[in-house]
Design a protein around this ligand. Structure first.
Ligand code: CP
Ligand code: NVA
Length: 304
């Protein structure tokens, strides 16, 4: 499948058709993989992964995706590169482009990705920045499509912190026409310009009332209150107990609503064990789908 953009930094680089196409392609690749027919479409291709922050899912799913497609991934902690000794992003981007076919980076400041993509001659993928997590949202919408069969007419309730994952989910909603109600405490709303752009194409409602958000939702989503880049350990006081996804919240959503969480989760903070381990939770499919959706993304970006 073809996409026009060279890089994926926020998701907003995609057209609606491309986004929906990537989701269907991910589902197709998953089926092929389950039948044992992974084609070596990335033979001799190398992905370099730069991590400024820790990761379990992103690292392992990208590395496994490259391996299963016949390619190779190199994992770099930014502490172990010359970046840690002051080599510029520009020079790093140009150097890595000489060896590797694609760069995936997990960074603090999103502007590092802008610089990387400006100076790399190969595609750059955002593997999480303080502002966005596009790869997570590809997997999330793939999971929603698998479970609900269609994205048409769905309502997502986001409850908790209006963080990087929430920002990308807003773009996902805009690209798919899904509506979103986002319940956060005052001061923890998602990125204003992301909301504004997306409100031009779909219904994105902000509220401080989690019960209102949950009402009649098809999908209930939350994430940790304390993202990797959050320094203030008192932050959680703003959220508890009101913004916890628990049985009461789930009972307000539709009977067949599903629960998503990008993981890692802090049980009994943003979500109770009864919900994340309960029958409506699809978090393990969601985690698995990182593998399949990133295969689709890599194949599309590398025109393979
Ligand atoms: N969801 C996610 O990106 O997980 P990791 O931080 O483990 O990569
Ligand atoms: N919001 C979380 C997501 C981790 C995958 C963070 O940035 O730490």
């Amino acid at each position: 499948m073809k996409i026009k953009t060279k890089h994926i930094l926020t998701l907003s680089e995609l057209t609606s058709k491309e986004f929906l196409g990537l989701i269907d392609y991910s589902i197709k690749l998953k089926k092929q993989s389950k039948m044992g027919s992974n084609k070596p479409l990335l033979k001799n291709k190398t992905l370099t992964m730069i991590f400024e922050k820790p990761s379990t899912r992103t690292r392992v799913s990208f590395e496994t995706a490259m391996y299963q497609l016949g390619g190779h991934a190199i994992n770099l902690s930014s502490n172990n590169t010359q970046l840690s000794r002051g080599e510029s992003i520009e020079d790093t981007a140009k150097t890595l482009s000489q060896y590797t076919d694609c760069i995936m980076a997990r960074v603090y400041d999103h502007s590092i990705l802008d610089k990387l993509s400006k100076h790399a001659s190969v595609p750059v993928i955002n593997g999480l920045s303080d502002s966005f997590h596009p790869c997570q949202i590809l997997a999330d919408f793939m999971t929603i499509k698998e479970k609900k069969k269609t994205l048409k007419g769905l309502k997502i309730a986001w409850i908790g912190d209006g963080n990087n994952v929430c920002n990308s989910m807003i773009f996902g909603a805009a690209l798919s026409g899904v509506t979103m109600t986002i319940a956060t405490p005052k001061g923890f709303e998602p990125d204003k310009s992301t909301v504004k752009i997306s409100q031009n194409v779909t219904d994105i409602e902000l509220t401080t009332d989690p019960l209102k958000a949950a009402k009649n939702a098809d999908v209930v989503v939350t994430d940790t209150y304390t993202s990797i880049h959050n320094k203030d350990s008192n932050k959680i006081k703003n959220f508890l107990p009101k913004y916890q996804v628990n049985d009461k919240i789930m009972s307000l959503a539709k009977k067949n609503a599903i629960f998503l969480h990008c993981l890692p989760a802090k049980r009994e903070q943003e979500v109770t064990s009864s919900v994340i381990d309960g029958p409506q939770s699809v978090v393990w499919d969601e985690a698995e789908n990182r593998l399949h959706s990133q295969k689709a993304l890599l194949l599309a970006l590398l025109h393979a």
